[in-house]
Design a protein around this ligand. Structure first.
Ligand SMILES: [Zn+2]
Length: 322
């Protein structure tokens, strides 16, 4: 402790002499020195912390900034997901459901299951409670909407498969190549070409040469196949389900047997002139829930022969008969 050593000039021998300080004085000196050091250190420390923060505070505030950044990124992701879900909802409501004849899902149902005053009680009372609650409610809404959308798409897929099945079973095409002309239509005939008497013609005739290929006009099951004494001659009847049946008459050859399942485009027979017939032609008849319907309302003949044959080839490539 050099600072505590005091020297004085001794005028008697002109020499510096060490002044021996009393221990109390030396203690006081030490104490004052110590106190001042402490005060200075505390002062500078405080000023430094106020300006720059303590290292621990610095670390914490960095963490807080990171968390804020992450929160805003998650928030943006949530918003993006909500936008995607919304576009699913729109295609659901405006495209798939109307096409398939399904009702749209009410918005109240999509919104149900989240919200509520007490739902987020455990999140109240924190500094960031509002932020936490808004996040939680967004996540809950997203989960709920995603679940409902998932269910909706499942039911659309089921309905769509059912719809496709129904469409496949409709007798929707011409039973013969469209290059052939239509003969007598669905009408009351004053004079039957063979019987001569007046009667209804409950079908559509096709002017086809002997041996023309006759195709199933929709998926179904053969319920009649053989000779019809009522005038159809060699004939076959397909039950398409959905209340629909199609009959093919005056055939020269039948290619199917009773109880066989057929697909649209399958070759079921060859045309002829068997039964009550004045010449080779195909008699084609459709019944819906037991009522005769005009077959021309079921098929579209505005396609070219090439298109028709392409279509039959396409069906035929999947068929077991060809
Ligand atoms: Zn006829």
């Amino acid at each position: 402790m050099f600072r505590n050593r005091k020297y004085v000039l001794d005028s008697s021998d002109l020499q510096y002499k060490l002044v021996k300080l009393h221990w109390k004085v030396r203690f006081l000196h030490f104490f004052l020195w110590f106190a001042v050091s402490v005060i200075v250190a505390v002062f500078y420390g405080t000023v430094f912390e106020n300006i720059f923060g303590s290292p621990k505070e610095k670390m914490l505030s960095q963490q807080v900034e990171n968390l804020k950044l992450q929160y805003s990124l998650i928030g943006r992701e949530l918003d993006n997901s909500m936008t995607s879900l919304n576009s699913f909802r729109l295609s659901d409501d405006r495209r798939y459901r109307p096409i398939l004849g399904m009702d749209s899902i009410p918005e109240s149902y999509r919104k149900a299951g989240y919200g509520g005053v007490d739902r987020y009680r455990d999140l109240t009372g924190y500094v960031n409670s509002n932020l936490l609650i808004s996040f939680r409610s967004k996540i809950d809404e997203l989960k709920n909407r995603a679940n409902i959308q998932n269910e909706s798409f499942k039911s659309i897929a089921e309905r769509s498969a059912e719809w496709k099945r129904e469409m496949d079973h409709q007798p929707m095409i011409s039973p013969v190549d469209v290059k052939y002309h239509l003969g007598d239509g669905f009408k009351f005939r004053a004079i039957h070409p063979v019987l001569g008497s007046a009667r209804w013609h409950y079908g559509q005739d096709f002017e086809v040469p002997y041996g023309t290929e006759v195709y199933a006009t929709g998926d179904g099951k053969i319920i009649e196949s053989g000779w019809n004494s009522g005038g159809f001659g060699n004939y076959t009847v397909i039950d398409h389900g959905y209340g629909l049946q199609s009959t093919y008459g005056h055939l020269s050859d039948i290619k199917v047997v009773k109880n066989m399942n057929v697909k649209r485009g399958d070759l079921i027979g060859l045309s002829g002139s068997t039964g009550t017939s004045s010449g080779p032609h195909l008699h084609y008849q459709i019944e819906q829930f037991g009522e005769h319907k005009n077959p021309v309302n079921f098929f579209n003949n505005d396609i070219s022969a090439d298109e028709y044959n392409e279509m039959i080839q396409a069906f035929g490539s999947k068929s077991k008969f060809r």
